[in-house]
Design a binder for this molecule. Structure first.
Ligand code: AMP
Length: 546
């Protein structure tokens, strides 16, 4: 078998520039005439660690590495033969986390097909939109979702087959023998990543074998180490963040552990931590908070826990410190987007222990430094780098930047103009290259001509013991343009008086930034990945005001 590690060359070497505003410049690039396939990562681990657990549900191993590789090769063959799939064809996965997720992702890549993982919690109309828009030829579902997708049959003319992964029909797809992975060009698609769409229709970020291989290898440099025999817990949806973690963990020979409950249940997570040494997992900050606020959390045995990698939304400083107190220095952070998965910046574990550094708190509140395979820039409206300390849009380019949006030239042009991915996030870089995010640009509040970044206000409100969650938005105001409104979830039975919250704000931030109104709610509206829907909060205010 030919070697899978791509030749690295410096043909595209760019002159190193140390202009302010640059966090990093990468100058290596996978050669365009190289051929690759992500499935080599699995085959390599199967040869090196055939007997190690590869996939488990709860504490029970379902497949060793040897068995997983064998099944994926035969499944790839089955996909080709049963459905006449050609390299480049799309395979939709509408599945809750399950062992078949790992098999199907690697089988699809092995055969040269493109996976289209779709969030299992979407509405049936959203399933229809994504399956149809992606042009998927075959769709795999878990039993709970079969009826919903089967009901769309007449509306999905391009969909040739629907297979429930819990049925005999799925096992029957496995052929007698596998074949070699299909050679792929670095820029061939591997994963169509549909954005969570907090506004508008989801868009399909085209992620290539190049993108995902670079993401995988840089994980070890920038985020965390993984050893063979370790474990990754898929506590978050594999259709999104957690799915990307499959790759570095398969590359390292770690077990993919799926909670038996199928969802995020803190007591079960602690139980699985006790069962699997070298455990790591990806979690949204809200999940970390639930874990550390579980009664008795501080008494749990977390010696097996290596790292919780959090990201996908802001981790407030107070919450980060509480997590460190309860779990110990077992955190790392990534900042990424579907369009640049996992790999814009990272705050690796060692930064959390440098408590005597004068900017330690600022670093914990940041999203870390640029990944080694990308350049990160904070830019003005013309995409020019701003000086250190100034606030602007975060731009990124490099090996992990998507190829564009599937069948959406206008959105691609807008997102990738001037060769940079425009993240829509606003932030600042400090002199050491640490990026601090302010907010999504559309969430910025402009009141009386002054910019107010909601996150700054939220950070202050969360210092109050009785505040569990806070989300700050702008409401239309006839005189000021917008006024600051805070939605607050208070601890049960201890709603803080607004004057107390006001006093807290006056102690920490400029007067004009403090909320003019507090709206106490039982919970904040969130999308299926746990991101707060500020658009829904703004709509709620408009309706109330009307
Ligand atoms: P998605 O494409 O659904 O993964 O959402 C990506 C967006 O989530 C980013 O553009 C940020 O707005 C936000 N995000 C991701 N990681 C972080 C992080 N570590 N801290 C704050 N926001 C984040």
């Amino acid at each position: 078998m030919r070697a899978w590690i791509p030749a690295l060359h410096r043909d595209d070497a760019q002159e190193l520039q140390y202009a302010t505003g640059f966090a990093h410049l990468s100058f290596y690039r996978f050669s365009d005439d190289f051929r690759m396939n992500l499935s080599h990562l699995l085959l390599r681990s199967a040869r090196a660690y055939p007997e190690l657990p590869a996939v488990a549900v709860g504490t029970s191993t379902v497949h060793t590495y040897a068995r997983l590789a064998d099944r994926t090769q035969r499944l790839a063959d089955g996909l080709r033969r049963h459905f006449s799939l050609e390299p480049g064809d799309h395979v939709a996965l509408v599945m809750r986390n399950c062992p078949q997720y790992v098999e199907l992702a690697f089988a699809a890549w092995h055969g040269g097909f493109v996976t289209v993982p779709i969030n299992a919690k979407l509405h049936v109309r959203e399933f229809q939109y994504v399956i149809s828009h992606s042009g998927a030829r075959v769709c795999f579902v878990t039993g709970d979702l079969f009826e919903a997708i089967a009901g769309l049959r007449d509306e999905l003319p391009e969909l040739q087959a629907l297979v429930c992964v819990e049925d005999a029909a799925y096992e029957a797809l496995l052929g007698d023998a596998g074949s070699e992975p299909t050679d792929r060009h670095p820029d061939d698609l591997a994963w169509l990543f549909y954005t969570s769409g907090t506004t508008g229709r989801p868009k399909g970020a085209m992620l290539t074998h190049r993108n995902l291989l670079a993401m995988t290898t840089s994980y070890f440099v920038d985020v965390d180490r993984i050893s063979s025999g370790d474990a990754i817990l898929h506590a978050a949806p594999m259709s999104h963040g957690s799915g990307a973690y499959m790759l570095p963990n398969v590359a390292a020979g770690a077990a993919q552990v799926i909670p038996a409950s199928g969802h995020f249940d803190p007591p079960e997570i602690y139980e699985l931590i006790r069962a699997w040494p070298g455990m790591s997992f990806f979690a949204a900050p809200t999940m970390v908070k639930r874990l550390v606020e579980m009664p008795g959390a501080a008494q749990q045995d977390v010696r097996n826990l290596r790292t919780i990698v959090y990201g996908g939304g802001p981790m407030y400083l107070a919450d980060c410190k509480q997590a460190l107190r309860v779990l110990g220095p077992r955190l790392a952070q990534i900042y990424g987007q579907g369009e640049c998965p996992m790999t814009i910046t990272a705050l690796a574990g060692h930064w959390y222990t440098q408590t005597d550094h004068p900017r330690h708190d600022a670093r914990l509140a940041s999203v870390g430094i640029a990944h080694s395979v990308v350049e990160v820039r904070v830019a003005d409206d013309e995409d020019l780098a701003l000086p250190t300390g100034e606030t602007g849009e975060v731009l990124v380019r490099g090996e992990t930047m998507m190829r564009g949006y599937w069948h959406d030239e206008a959105a691609t042009q807008a997102a990738l103009r001037n060769g940079w991915l425009h993240t829509g996030d606003v932030g600042t870089l400090d002199e050491d290259g640490f990026l601090t995010l302010k907010d999504r640009s559309k969430d910025l509040i402009i009141s009386g001509g002054s910019n107010i970044y909601p996150r700054e206000v939220e950070e202050v409100l969360l210092r109050h013991d009785a505040v569990v969650e806070a989300s700050v938005v702008g409401a239309p105001h006839p005189e000021w343009g917008e006024e600051v409104v805070a939605f607050v979830v208070a601890r049960a039975g201890s709603q803080p008086p607004p004057q107390e919250l006001d006093a807290l704000c006056l102690n920490h931030i400029a007067r004009f930034k403090r909320p003019k109104r507090y709206v106490f709610v039982d919970s904040l509206p969130k999308n299926n990945y746990g991101k707060v829907l500020k658009t829904a909060l703004r709509e709620r205010l408009c309706q109330a005001d009307a």
